[in-house]
Design a protein around this ligand. Sequence first.
Ligand code: PLP
Length: 356
Amino acid sequence: MQTPPKLFIPGPVTVRPEILDAMNQPMIGHRTPEFSALYQEVVAGVQTVLQTENRVYLSTSSATGLMEAAVRNTVKNRCLNLVCGAFSLRWHHITDACGFKSDAVGIEWGDAINPEHVEMALDEADYDVVTIVHNETSTGVMNPLKGITEVIRDNSDALILVDTVSSMSGVNIPVDDWGIDIALASVQKAWGLPPGFAVMSISDRALERSKDQPNKGYYFDFEVFEKYHQRGQTPSTPSLPHMYGLQRQLDRIGDEGLLNRFDRHKSMAARTREWALNHGFDIFAEEPYQSHTLTCIENTLDVDIAELSSQLLERGFRISNGYGPLKGKTFRIAHMADTQPDDLEELLGQLDEILA
Ligand SMILES: Cc1ncc(COP(=O)(O)O)c(C=O)c1O
């Protein structure tokens, strides 16, 4: 087999061999004490990363499943979807597809959600849920989550649902301090695992809301999750390899130190922006809301991005073109999970050579 390219795309990311090794362990029964020990260790580790006392559920699905679960378990009358790119728009489509009334407050792609706009939007109707994407992977915007959650808490009783898919574990998200009811993410991004698994923190308020919610199905019913959570189990057979991988990754995160991990992401983002600006490109996301885990570079030099990517691929590296309508107009370099500053320099060096 050819050596696979090093991935600098915003998920899936390159997975370290030691994580892959940890995933390759003998199976255990998922209704056994050994399993509950593993479950509790992983849950506690995720709680530490999120600095939360809220329960954490483990889901054998991608994050989109949990986005759907979150609205099905919580929306009663009307949901406000804050939209600033493709993934926040996806949450609006999901809310709609689940049959709930919802309003999308849209802003220009590349801009961040402004807490003052959220305050105005909250005045328009009686919302029982607000959805937010913390780190818009399509535009490279990292929204000012603290300010947004503060405004929602101060002006309504709406539950706050946050997609932290491309930021969780790479950026500081103190769930309890910021009053986040649901924070969800899949593990193929900043967590640095293969795809197929997702995690979610849930507040008491959100669990309570789920209790008399009709038509929420079974697989993603929070009450069913909670029943098994109390036993240290998942409702159905989970992806055990992912749980082993996450257990190992949580140890590694502990060894690196959370703050060091967050700083590493922040400084790789700064370095990528500096590189782009030095070449005469622009950064697509407005300042100072530029993501720490990926950089969306505006193609102001009108480079042929498909050609750039294919030359890069021949050298063993993969980056991402712009998302959807941004294809050709932007390209994205992810710097998350276990990517180290030296890996990034290696990529930027290759890009320098190709662009020269
Ligand atoms: C911000 C964001 N939300 C949601 C998703 C969907 O995640 P998944 O593919 O795990 O369902 C993605 C995937 O790229 C994402 O970047």
